[in-house]
Design a protein around this ligand. Structure first.
Ligand SMILES: *[C@@H]1O[C@H](CO)[C@@H](O)[C@H](O)[C@H]1NC(C)=O
Length: 295
């Protein structure tokens, strides 16, 4: 079901609104929490009660997912007392989507009234003390595409979403990280929960050895092909963000190593730890207050 991504173009406020209006016409649920499910982590959406499901192909202006392990639908429902919307399948620049399309859903969620964004992804470990299967709470990111001028905030600023020069030093909510850490301890999985820096690269190829080494030198603990762009847009429109990476493979940074990264390994590890990650997100939501100001 390969689909072709459209040519690069910025989206107008009316585009986002049309999508939000359509969703409002289909469901009375007003989500406060949005969850973006990374590669193989779509099972999170199965936890929701009172589900209302919308395939991306039915949603006006929505991009289509083209990656194996990503289902391609929005799932509305409740989880631990929170009204949620889950993206079962996200968009990546390596599919051919421009940065505006990749982050399109985030602004739609904001228009629907979402206040908190939970992002998950599968990532390659760079930090030598990490193990495959670890869960990394993202404390900060390095947005490679953004650093070289490919940001979804490029172009005229729309003040209805946020300010021209948004702050990123507080991108990942410290209170939510603390809550996640405490929750992981209570769940008995604290031993494999890390905190670190996520670096977003364009992909779709995995990193060369020299690239892996360079990213580690930059201060990255894990690397992947998503998340940072969505977070930049989420912070621009004032959403509170929690990010979780599942370490599905270790990036090869040694010329003597015979290891080779592959997508099958990523999906396999995800399967192994997916229940723990889902459990963690559920427990975090159970203890999270709805209004960011209350936390
Ligand atoms: C790697 O992770 C460990 C454990 O989380 C952390 O203490 C350490 O600072 C990290 N190493 C680097 C180079 O950032």
């Amino acid at each position: 079901m390969a689909t072709t991504a459209p040519a690069a173009h910025r989206c107008s406020y009316e585009d986002y609104e049309a999508t939000a209006d359509w969703l409002r016409s289909q469901t009375e649920q007003l989500p406060k929490v949005a969850i973006i499910c990374g590669s193989g982590l779509g099972g999170l959406a199965e936890l929701l009660d009172n589900r209302a499901v919308f395939p991306y192909r039915d949603i006006p202006n929505f991009p289509q997912t083209t990656v194996e392990g990503h289902q391609g639908q929005l799932v509305f429902g409740t989880l631990e007392g929170h009204q949620c919307v889950c993206m079962q399948g996200r968009f990546h620049t390596y599919e051919g989507y421009d940065v505006y399309k990749v982050t399109y859903p985030v602004r739609v969620f904001s228009l629907l009234g979402v206040r908190t964004l939970v992002v998950t992804n599968a990532a390659g470990g760079l930090n030598n003390s990490y193990n495959v299967g670890d869960i990394m709470l993202i404390k900060d990111h390095i947005n490679m595409p953004g650093l070289v001028g490919n940001s979804p905030l490029c172009g005229p600023n729309d003040d209805r979403f946020g300010e021209r020069f948004p702050c990123m030093s507080d991108a990942y909510d410290r209170d939510l990280i603390a809550l996640a850490k405490q929750t992981a301890e209570e769940q008995g999985i604290g031993a494999f929960v890390q905190q670190g820096v996520y670096c977003m690269v364009g992909g779709p190829n995995f990193e060369s050895i020299a690239e892996g080494r360079a990213l580690r030198t930059f201060g990255a603990d894990a690397v992947g092909m998503s998340t940072a762009l969505e977070v930049v847009v989420a912070r621009h429109c004032g959403l509170r963000v929690l990010g979780l990476s599942l370490i599905t493979n270790m990036v090869v940074t040694d010329y003597e190593s015979k290891q080779k990264a592959n997508h099958a390994e990523v999906l396999e590890t995800t399967l192994m730890r997916t229940k723990d990650l889902q459990g963690l997100v559920r427990r975090i939501l159970a203890q999270m207050t709805e209004d960011p100001e209350d936390l």
